[in-house]
Write a protein that binds this ligand. Structure first.
Ligand code: C2E
Ligand code: CA
Ligand code: CA
Length: 629
């Protein structure tokens, strides 16, 4: 497999060879006419013209961008034959002139042979299969000719010619080695020895041209190692490099020999797989290979006495007869790979149009989110929390975003984007300020709650200015008594990231009187260790477990275990997503203290919450309404 630069290099030699052949060829026509060998010289020149015409056509026909691999290989074969033909013609004119009696023609013939050999050594150095036979075919007859002179000087000349032959071959081979080396450097990655991104994109373009011709399908696998940065950061780059080399060795063992494996950069690799007649078969083959790779890469590595484990995320894109560019397919595999990362890593996804739609709406959301606050599109809803006797004792503030073009966008959709882009800091400050004001006005209006829950993103909590910000707001709007009603909900899946920093931030806020609740409990990792290390006051049982109550046994076990555990640790318990009376009953029987869910109320706008509060039994000025079973 040769690359674009190589082909453009050899192509550039065609006009040079043609101009040399045709311009100097006219001299031989004249000589032929002067020395009575016009007809052979004329026929020779006609052959030269014909070969040159073919060369022009070859030159014109070459277009790397649109050629398939097969057509490019055929083109190169024809180019080789063209070179052989052109140089054989020079060997032929030597033969024509050398059999004449005229001494002048002999001199000319000898010079022709030497000159042509020098040209071959200089211009054809790109390919050993070209310059070697051509130099030999030109120089050996000359050596024979000198030897046949018979006299001592003939032998000396033959020796000189032999030495010259060796020098020409040596020079061409040196240039060839240099070309190969620079080409290797330009197309390979030094650490892994694999092809690089630049080469891969060119290869892919050719591959797509081939698929367009054959109507077949092929696949791309984009492989990204999970948490590779941690290895680099904790064990150093040397170990990181060695790990990468071991990963490459495993990759190469798993893929077929005709697949191309390249390193796109860092810990990202790409495989271009074999062709398949139909799309489904192609997708199946991609998944089979991906799963085999995932298994293989997960086996432990031993580097400098370190036992290392690493997994990978693989994105697959399928190539067919499409007019899209090579980089587009890499992008698609990239999107699929990020989907795997988002779903928890160590897996494989095949790209589909839905994914690209999601990415596009994601970008649109990101763009419009910048204007959401200034345009007053962000509001808060409040979901009531009830105690065992059915009294509203708390509220959770839930953000809502209504955009004129996108409509209502669920927080699950835009909060992660706000977190990624850092917009959560501004948005979070607004949510916090609004919530704190609400708490104040409600308190002043006689709506007395035990707790007021606000969702806090990790990005906010770990922001160095966050504690000061909260302190400022609390000082402006609340007193100590009201501050103690604030409950910050944090999600455990992100807690794992940086436990020390998080504990420190939480401790500062606890001094102000703020309490903490572990949201979505049971869905993250190592929940138990977090319970010990974080200064928590409350656990919220995730709504997936509550929703599954009555459907599967394991959720019963899960919920009772969480409730027992919270009891032992002296933590309050909230069940979220309570939708049915039987869920409520089960939770109440097993000691759950607070209930939140559609059974009691959906999240409400501020006024509606006030009405809901006042309508409960024993509320100031309330009519008795049964809200809990
Ligand atoms: P979350 O903190 O787990 O919030 C509870 C979600 O459950 C809310 O969804 C709520 O509307 C929904 N829910 C309540 N009761 C029921 C029920 O009975 N059945 C069902 N199926 N769902 C119920 P929502 O409002 O869509 O919020 C989704 C997530 O977005 C929240 O999950 C939270 O992680 C995030 N979020 C919402 N507001 C904020 C915010 O102000 N700041 C931050 N950082 N995240 C927020
Ligand atoms: Ca929450
Ligand atoms: Ca939750």
């Amino acid at each position: 497999m040769q690359d674009r630069h190589f082909h453009e290099f050899v192509r550039r030699q065609i006009p040079v060879l043609i101009v040399l052949a045709l311009s100097s060829g006219t001299g031989y026509l004249v000589l032929g006419w002067l020395y009575g060998v016009f007809t052979p010289a004329f026929v020779w020149y006609l052959l030269n013209i014909a070969t040159s015409a073919w060369g022009v056509q070859l030159y014109r026909r070459f277009d790397f961008a649109t050629m398939s691999e097969r057509r490019r290989e055929a083109w190169y074969r024809q180019f080789t034959v063209f070179c052989y033909a052109l140089f054989l013609l020079w060997a032929l004119i030597f033969q024509i002139f050398i059999w004449q009696d005229s001494r002048e023609l002999h001199y000319i013939a000898i010079f022709t042979e030497i000159g042509t050999s020098v040209v071959a050594s200089a211009l054809l150095a790109s390919d050993r299969r070209l310059f070697k036979p051509i130099i030999l075919v030109l120089m050996i007859p000359l050596i024979v000719y000198f030897t046949l002179i018979g006299a001592w000087y003939g032998h000396v000349l033959a020796l000189f010619a032999a030495i010259l032959t060796w020098v020409l071959l040596y020079a061409a081979r040196s240039t060839n080695n240099l070309l190969l080396k620079t080409r290797h450097q330009a197309t390979h990655d030094a650490l892994s020895g694999l092809h690089n991104r630049h080469y891969f994109i060119e290869h892919l373009q050719q591959r797509m041209n081939s698929l367009r011709e054959s109507g077949e399908y092929a696949y791309l696998l984009l492989i990204d190692l999970d948490h590779f940065k941690t290895v680099n950061d904790t064990l150093g780059h040397d170990v990181g490099d060695r790990l990468l080399q071991d990963v490459v060795a495993r990759l190469l063992r798993c893929v077929a020999s005709d697949n191309l494996v390249a390193r796109l950069g860092g810990d990202e690799f790409i495989v271009s797989g074999g062709s398949h007649a139909d799309r489904d078969a192609c997708e199946r083959a991609a998944l089979v290979l991906s799963r085999a790779l995932l298994e293989k890469l997960k086996e432990p590595y031993t580097i400098d006495n370190h036992q290392l484990h690493i997994s990978a995320s693989i994105g697959v894109s399928l190539l067919g007869a499409s007019a899209a560019s090579a980089t587009r397919f890499i992008k698609e595999a990239d999107i699929a790979m990020y989907e795997v990362k988002a779903k928890g890593r160590d897996g494989v996804f095949v790209f589909d149009e839905d994914m690209s739609c999601r990415v596009e709406t994601g970008l649109e959301i990101e763009r419009l989110l910048h204007f959401a606050l200034p345009n007053n599109e962000i509001t808060l809803h409040y979901q009531p929390q009830l105690d065992r006797s059915g009294h509203v004792i708390g509220a959770e503030a839930l953000v809502r975003w209504h955009n004129p073009t996108l409509g209502q966008i669920p927080p699950d959709r835009f909060i992660p984007i706000a977190e990624q882009t850092g917009l959560i800091l501004e948005l979070g400050r607004h949510i916090l300020e609004t919530s704190i004001r609400t708490l104040r006005t409600w308190h002043d209006a006689g709506i007395l709650l035990d707790q007021f829950s606000i969702n806090i993103s990790m990005r906010q909590l770990t922001d160095p200015t966050f504690a000061d910000q909260v302190e400022g707001m609390v000082m402006r709007h609340l007193d100590d008594h009201l501050t103690r009603k604030l409950m910050f909900e944090i999600t455990e899946s992100i807690v794992a990231d940086d436990i020390l920093r998080i504990t420190q931030a939480m401790s500062r806020l606890k001094i102000l009187g703020i309490r903490f609740s572990m949201d979505d409990f049971g869905t993250g990792y190592s929940s138990l260790s977090h319970l010990n290390r974080l200064p928590l006051d409350e656990i919220k049982i995730d709504r997936t477990f509550v929703g599954a109550l009555g459907e599967d046994e394991s959720s019963h076990a899960m919920v009772t275990t969480i409730l027992n555990l919270a009891g032992l640790l002296g933590l309050k318990t909230v069940a979220e997503g309570v939708e049915t009376a039987s869920q409520h009953q089960f939770l109440a029987q097993h000691g759950c203290m607070i209930f939140q869910g559609y059974l009691h109320s959906k999240p409400l706008i501020k006024d509606a919450f006030e009405q809901f509060y006042r309508s409960q039994p024993h509320a100031p000025g309330a009519a008795p309404v049964l809200t809990a079973p």
